[in-house]
Ligand binder design. Sequence first.
Ligand SMILES: *[C@@H]1O[C@H](CO)[C@@H](O)[C@H](O)[C@H]1NC(C)=O
Ligand SMILES: *[C@@H]1O[C@H](CO)[C@@H](O)[C@H](O)[C@H]1NC(C)=O
Ligand SMILES: *[C@@H]1O[C@H](CO)[C@@H](O)[C@H](O)[C@H]1NC(C)=O
Ligand SMILES: *[C@@H]1O[C@H](CO)[C@@H](O)[C@H](O)[C@H]1NC(C)=O
Ligand SMILES: *[C@@H]1O[C@H](CO)[C@@H](O)[C@H](O)[C@H]1NC(C)=O
Ligand SMILES: *[C@@H]1O[C@H](CO)[C@@H](O)[C@H](O)[C@H]1NC(C)=O
Length: 610
Amino acid sequence: MCGIFCLLNLSPTHFELHKPFYEHLKRRGPNSSQDLTITNANPYFHCVLSSHVLHMRGRLTPQPVQDRTGNVLVWNGEIFGGLTVMPEQNDTAVVSQRLSSCNSPSEILSVFSSIQGPWGFVYYQKAGDYLWFGRDFFGRRSLLWNIVAQVLILTSVAAHTSGSGQSAWQEVPAVGLYRVDLKAAAESGTVQLEVYPWTQAGNPVSTCIETISKSVPDNCTTLINDTVLSSPVCPLNMSIPETLNEPEIHPNSHLSAKELEEILASKEKKEEVNYLTQVLSEAVRRRVQALPFEFESTSSPNNGHASVAILFSGGIDSMILAALADRHIPARQPIDLLNVAFKLQDPKKQKESARKHKKIHKNKPADLKKDEPASRTSCPFDVPDRITGRAGLKELQDLNPDRRWNFVEINVTQEELQELRHEHICHLVHPLDTVLDDSIGCAVWFAARGTGVIRQDNSLHPFTSSAKVILTGIGADEQLAGYSRHRVRFKTSGHEGLIQELAMELGRISTRNLGRDDRIIADHGKEARFPYLDEDVVSYLNSVPVWDKADLSLPRGVGEKLLLRLMAKHLGLGQSAVLPKRAMQFGSRIAKMEDSHEKASDKCTRLLTG
Ligand SMILES: *[C@@H]1O[C@H](CO)[C@@H](O)[C@H](O)[C@H]1NC(C)=O
Ligand SMILES: *[C@@H]1O[C@H](CO)[C@@H](O)[C@H](O)[C@H]1NC(C)=O
Ligand SMILES: *[C@@H]1O[C@H](CO)[C@@H](O)[C@H](O)[C@H]1NC(C)=O
Ligand SMILES: *[C@@H]1O[C@H](CO)[C@@H](O)[C@H](O)[C@H]1NC(C)=O
Ligand SMILES: *[C@@H]1O[C@H](CO)[C@@H](O)[C@H](O)[C@H]1NC(C)=O
Ligand SMILES: *[C@@H]1O[C@H](CO)[C@@H](O)[C@H](O)[C@H]1NC(C)=O
């Protein structure tokens, strides 16, 4: 994981960048920072490429990497498959070598379409003076762009400029690769973007044009080129069951966890469960074993620190990641479970907003509350995710009693939230700007920082996770119909509507979540990894018909993400297999700290700086 940056100036006037920029980039890559400048006299252009490297695996490879021909790469990615990277190699060097041997655009395209894993990059191709850049198919790494006068800037993270004026920063749409002909740009004084979109059946070029036109910087022209850039995943299975939609079997019933477990036990999808377990387990293995070289080679038990942490609510997505990580991480190493909670308001205010938010509690399995001693519920940090997190911890301890599971209780007060949001987090969320971006951005930032307490021998100890890899469960809800809007859609438009919804959601996950979450997590010098968005996992889930992934005629806690719940059982997990989905902003209670009248999609005024 790195902070990458590129400034292309078509005019000889020097361009001064303000400072917060470099600081944000350096936090992403604390281990090595370097710049490299390319200048062309006639026609004039000037290009600064800059990299800030976080050392993750292989040997530390300073960037930008320049090859013998003069091509230059800045790379913010991880290769988990597709191209061979030996344990002692660094993937930056591997990509650079592959690109060095490319002549035609289609050869460059084929290098990038073969890579499995997240990436964002900028590449200066010496022959012909081209600047290439882009993000992986899902947009798992952030890349922003902006054009001011005759300067094009590309960067992993930017800064929010003061005042509430419309910012010119935009996320580079993850629709394909981009190429700029530098000499042509220098001659005309304007940047023309040639776009090579991902090719996938059922994904017409027109959607790509639409997406791009919304976020292309002013004064840029675009040209779509249909040279094939093959999508790294197979298309979504659009089949619809032959039998009619069944009515909801248990409409609105408040079933106990035990009843839900019984319904789940009556379902069987052995073949699909086995296959999903296999691909997801492999996806987790690749993500927990690709660690810094020293880690792997030394036999010493790395002084008791975990090298992998999980964003952990105790919900099914994170429980499955923890259970699978347990299979692949040496038993002597702890695993950090990061659980964030925002302080509950005083009881009076609490009651008021509880009335407004009643719906959220409705479907909570009754048994969960009973497990908690009454004295505990009075603690202001005992938010829903803390309670399910503790229950989840117990399940994991049962699953593997020999493992040290560090359940990190991260408590955040309103004062701390306000201070850090204002000083720092707002810059990382930027250019996203809604109430939901604020809630999730802040919650994930505190969780990923990993500073809290752990319980040992019945007492609390301050603890900071030093794991550089953070697994997150994002992508499970989008693929397996985990959100309540999927139920709404299914009710109104059946399987057909549900399939359309799922296709749309996976298509926009980069703009909704991934760029933001990457900027937020990388800020701690840590790397987010997304096993549910592994290319093989997505391809498998795309190939399975929708009715095998979810059955929304079944009650909440069973029907959504049905296949995943069956898998959780198969892995030996208990009640967490039937926990209904709870969004992070409600589970961590961050949403309750603010004005309860605002809608998630409203622009968030708290993100604006003074
Ligand atoms: C990288 O930087 C981090 C944070 O400064 C430091 O803890 C770590 O030891 C560095 N790693 C290497 C290989 O230099
Ligand atoms: C990066 O990897 C390449 C290929 O394995 C190797 O030749 C090079 O020495 C590595 N760079 C550093 C700084 O170790
Ligand atoms: C776009 O180009 C016009 C004319 O060259 C110029 O006046 C304007 O400032 C440019 N806009 C931006 C955002 O650079
Ligand atoms: C697409 O790119 C290829 C390779 O650069 C080029 O030969 C072809 O003319 C381009 N097509 C269009 C429609 O621009
Ligand atoms: C954090 O919250 C938990 C309750 O979930 C509480 O037991 C613990 O004392 C709190 N720790 C700190 C340091 O406030
Ligand atoms: C979609 O699912 C159906 C039913 O299982 C299967 O027959 C079909 O081959 C699948 N289609 C694709 C493209 O995978």
